[in-house]
Design a protein. Structure first.
Length: 628
């Protein structure tokens, strides 16, 4: 399928051109603003060629195509008539979505993400200097001075960068913002680091009682000053006549905000920032690596929620204070485990589309972007995602125990090695990455993923073998009605939390949320396959329907614990006979869903396969009608 054909199917699955308000793209995703989310056929989109995953977040439906491909797909959908908008326009629209906390965290991200590249560069400079020192090289004095310029400047002027970026986000004049920010670190003020060192430099006392120092390395005070300053500038501009706006507005803004920043906001929020820093360090320094264990375990959950940009603030604070960032290694562990789980799915699956999706998504995770792995693979099958959280927690705990701390932020896993070359921690970093990868891969490969299509394949293979060996070619298909094999509440197959079943790829049918742990025969039939684990049965009815009964989702991983089969392959059964039993409590204890699927696997042989039951069903109730 070429790009134009994929684009046409994307537009159709989005509900048509009339359901799309605008489309834009970033480095990896097509970002679509839709009018009615309910009109999106998400299953179709997620199963299209080249689609690595899709999800709805921040008011946008985001379709992951990956670097390079997304640009081509954007050109195709625009050529087919989708309206465009800039990413800033879409952000403005998306900013109206979500609760106040989500909007606040998105704002943190918008402010700090543009600053990250200079912090990354500074961290790499530190790494290079540390490497040269570790190799025993003695640098000339002028070269040493130059390296200090490279490594220190970004942190010295950090408040200026933060105020500039905050003005930009909140609609103020960024030039006014950066000048205001630089005022906060003016050489005319006592240097904050010199005052903190306890030397001869002391704070200035304005008006005899207000201690004032420069805000070198401060993040939170600069952010608050930027927010208040941008809003104040906009308020001033509304009342100042246009003819004098150029002179009056910057003058009043800088005058008022420099006073507020130095005498009120700066001192107050500098104290708040210190308490946040103390609390952050206390969590990171919990004994036995508990801080890293907790953060490593929840980080990817926070990524799913979309509020992970809060870590930017904390990382920048740590770097400004100590030039060391323990968060980086912990986050790296979580991302490595996520990518490793995706590799395990790719290795284990026999589905060629899933293989081509999993490996590029894993590579993306190892380069620092885990969304394709999360939304394209692991979260779709659930268990790989949650097992990767366990591996990430263990890897994060190991990072804390080893005392790992990068010299920057914003790069992780493979690129992140650059942050540990010069600080003597490269070997420990590689050990932590290896442990996180092995755990994420092993847990997922052994317990986290089963190719459900293999179930249907085994049923079909068994049928063909029987026909060849016994000559028992089935009679002409007949209309028939299947009764429920499970007592409980009917669930629409499309609502089942498993894409293989919900998509109808294995055939049409229903699902039932059990209220009893007994599996009954849905018709007079022969047992064509009875899994040793007792979690699934294949039946061939006397009228020709081929039925798969699959108890629970991913329950094959329980290896028969809590299941007991009462029939064997080749047994003849009557409608209502007991096929097996199961314990829903044990399924729940294993963290799995006991929803049971009843699928007519030879759906294609019929004119219609239609569910006829809703609500609760008791033994003997009709659930599916098949018609030729």
């Amino acid at each position: 399928m070429n790009n134009q054909e994929i684009a046409k199917k994307v537009i159709d699955a989005l509900g048509g051109r009339e359901n799309v308000s605008s489309v834009a793209h970033c480095a990896t995703r097509l970002r679509v603003m839709v009018k009615d989310e309910g009109k999106i056929n998400k299953e179709v989109i997620e199963n299209l060629d080249k689609v690595q995953g899709a999800f709805f977040n921040s008011g946008q439906y985001q379709i992951i195509f990956g670097t390079g491909t997304v640009n081509k797909m954007y050109d195709e959908v625009v050529a087919l008539g989708l309206p465009t908008s800039s990413k800033d326009d879409m952000k403005a629209e998306a900013a109206k979505q979500g609760n106040w906390f989500q909007r606040a965290i998105r704002t943190f991200g918008d402010v700090f993400v543009p600053i990250i590249p200079v912090i990354v560069a500074t961290g790499l400079f530190m790494g290079v200097r540390g490497l040269l020192t570790a190799l025993g090289m003695t640098l000339p004095a002028d070269v040493t001075t130059y390296t200090q310029i490279l490594t220190d400047t970004a942190f010295i002027i950090l408040p200026g960068l933060v105020v500039w970026s905050t003005f930009r986000v909140f609609g103020g004049n960024p030039a006014v913002g950066i000048v205001l920010g630089m005022m906060l670190v003016s050489d005319s003020l006592p240097n904050a680091w010199a005052v903190a060192s306890g030397g001869e430099v002391t704070a200035m006392n304005f008006f005899g009682f207000i201690p004032v120092v420069g805000l070198q390395g401060s993040v939170l005070p600069a952010f608050i000053i930027g927010v208040v300053g941008a809003k104040f500038e906009k308020a001033v501009r509304k009342v100042v006549p246009d003819v004098i706006d150029l002179l009056v507005t910057p003058f009043v803004t800088l005058l008022v905000m420099s006073i507020l920043g130095l005498f009120v906001i700066g001192p107050v929020f500098h104290v708040v920032e210190n308490y946040i820093l103390i609390a952050t360090k206390a969590i990171l320094s919990l004994p036995f690596g508990l801080g890293g264990f907790l953060i490593g375990g929840v980080h990817q959950l926070i990524v799913v929620s979309g509020v992970h940009h809060i870590f930017n603030l904390l990382e920048v604070q740590l770097l400004a204070a100590d030039h060391a960032n323990p968060f980086n290694a912990i986050i790296t562990a979580a991302m490595t485990a996520q990518g490793a789980a995706t590799v395990a799915v790719g290795v284990k699956t026999k589905n060629p589309k899933l293989k081509t999706l999993a490996f590029p998504a894993a590579l993306s995770a190892f380069l620092g972007i885990t969304e394709p792995a999360i939304f394209g693979v692991n979260l779709r099958f659930r268990k790989p995602f949650f097992l990767s959280l366990i591996a990430g927690a263990i890897g994060g705990g190991l990072a804390s125990i080893l005392g790992l701390a990068g010299t920057g932020n914003g790069i992780t896993v493979i690129p992140g090695t650059m942050l540990y070359i010069g600080n003597g921690q490269l070997a420990q970093y590689l050990l932590m990455v290896a442990v996180s990868f092995v755990l994420g891969f092993a847990l997922t490969y052994m317990f986290g993923y089963e190719d459900e299509k293999e179930v249907a394949t085994e049923v079909e293979t068994e049928r063909l073998v029987q026909e060849e060996t016994t000559g028992n070619i089935p009679a002409t298909l007949q209309n028939e009605t299947l009764v429920t094999p499970i007592v409980g509440d009917v669930v629409a197959l499309a609502d089942v939390n498993d894409p293989v079943f919900s998509s109808g790829a294995m055939g049409q049918g229903i699902a039932v949320k059990p209220s009893q742990g007994v599996v009954y025969a849905p018709a007079d039939a022969e047992v064509s396959i009875a899994f040793p684990t007792g979690h699934a049965f294949g039946l061939k009815t006397t009228d020709g329907a081929e039925v798969l009964i699959h108890v629970g989702i991913d329950t094959v991983s329980m290896n028969g614990e809590g299941f007991e089969a009462k029939v064997a392959q080749g047994d003849k059964v009557k409608a209502g006979d007991v096929l097996g039993t199961f314990d829903s409590n044990k399924i729940a204890a294993a963290g799995l869903d006991d929803t049971t699927m009843v699928i007519v696997t030879n759906t294609a042989d019929y004119a219609s396969v239609a569910p006829v039951a809703t609500g609760s069903v008791a033994k003997g109730d009709a659930v599916i009608e098949v018609k030729i």
